[in-house]
Design a protein around this ligand. Structure first.
Ligand SMILES: NC(=O)c1ccc[n+]([C@@H]2O[C@H](COP(=O)([O-])OP(=O)(O)OC[C@H]3O[C@@H](n4cnc5c(N)ncnc54)[C@H](OP(=O)(O)O)[C@@H]3O)[C@@H](O)[C@H]2O)c1
Length: 315
């Protein structure tokens, strides 16, 4: 069986499978959908929850955690600093901390390397740079309210820049990863630097009725039939079996939510076959819909060029 928990570089344990809490759009208010989803997930056995200030649902996630009879120490909760939080990290951490209201935050991620001031994206070389933001995040782990800090959407290039001035090596980098976007260079680099990777869009962000390209992959479907498992469970098992990876699929549907927890060990040849499917023409791709069109075609995302992001070449 692939590991069900993994150790971060500071000794903290992270469950390999978590529940993504992005509800396709930011949400407001009491947010019963998120609350019900998290209550159901905790009943189903999830012990790792992934939210963000930008998802608008930290309150509902926190309430579900508090209402469960599971000891706080058994649940791992990640939240993230939004674009608008880079020049007031302490203030924005406090907002997330208060909204969640769960004694401490297990992992606080810089959601994106980009900062935003008002309506304007801050260019990469201007303050607050992500290195400056990171310096502020480093202060958070001293107070006991935050166990680990990390980043998200960081490429090898940007991690290299960050590590030049960092005192704390990020515990985690959360990025899109799945069989059509395996992030080979990042996988190698993060293993060398002892940075854990968490995969978002791990099943390619299927849409109702349409599904996802990832889940329609013939090799994946064939292996699902061979093992008698849903394609999503095969895709998630592959990710976790790579080692150094956790994954946070989102499902509000109790059946799919349970299926996604069914990770199992793939035979070596099957694991290797899945590791190669992205090499087939047209299969290497970004699946995440960032709400701004085809970013590879536009050459930019959230105000930065793909070069700034280190995303020019997918692997
Ligand atoms: N750091 C970042 O910048 C970033 C970016 C994107 C996402 N994330 C995080 O990663 C999480 C996961 O990513 P995501 O939600 O975009 O994509 P995803 O987990 O790949 O896909 C979610 C979609 O798949 C459906 N689904 C779930 N399990 C399924 C299954 N077994 N079979 C078929 N369909 C299934 C869900 O619908 P149902 O709910 O109806 O099952 C939902 O529409 C997010 O929720 C968020 O926490 C982080």
């Amino acid at each position: 069986m692939p590991a069900t928990t993994l150790k971060l570089n500071n000794g903290q344990q992270i469950p390999a499978l978590g529940l993504g809490c992005w509800m396709s759009k930011p949400v407001e208010g009491d947010n019963p959908e998120t609350y019900e989803m998290v209550v159901q997930a905790l009943k189903t056995g999830y012990r790792h929850l992934d939210t963000a200030a930008g998802y608008g649902n930290e309150k509902a996630v926190g309430r579900a955690v508090r209402d469960s009879d599971i000891p706080r120490s058994e649940i791992f909760v990640t939240t993230k600093l939004g674009f608008d939080g880079h020049d007031d990290v302490e203030g924005h951490f406090k907002k997330s901390f208060d909204a969640l209201d769960i004694e401490y935050i297990d992992l606080f991620l810089m959601h994106w390397p980009q900062a935003k001031k008002g309506d304007d994206w801050v260019p990469k070389d201007q303050s607050p740079t992500f290195a400056e933001t990171w310096k502020e995040m480093e202060k958070l782990v001293k107070g006991g309210k935050c166990r680990s800090i990390g980043v998200s959407n960081f490429s090898v290039e940007n991690l290299e820049l960050l590590l030049k001035s960092a005192d704390i090596v990020p515990a985690v980098n959360q990025v899109e990863a799945n069989i059509y976007h395996p992030q080979a260079s990042l996988h190698k680099y993060c293993a060398e630097k002892n940075i854990h990777l968490t995969a978002y869009c791990p099943i390619g962000q299927p849409k109702p009725e349409v599904g996802s390209k990832v889940l329609k992959d013939e090799v994946l479907i064939g292996l699902g039939e061979k093992y008698g498992k849903p394609a999503a469970a095969v895709a998630l098992s592959w990710l976790v079996q790579r080692g150094n990876w956790s994954a946070v699929p989102k499902s509000a549907n109790p059946t799919r939510m349970a299926q996604n927890l069914e990770i199992f060990e793939l035979e070596k040849a099957d694991f290797e076959a899945l590791s190669k499917v992205h090499e087939q023409p047209g299969k290497l791709m970004i699946s995440c819909d960032y709400g701004s069109g085809d970013i590879m075609e536009k050459g930019e995302i959230f105000g930065w060029s793909l070069k700034d992001m280190g995303w020019e070449k997918l692997d």
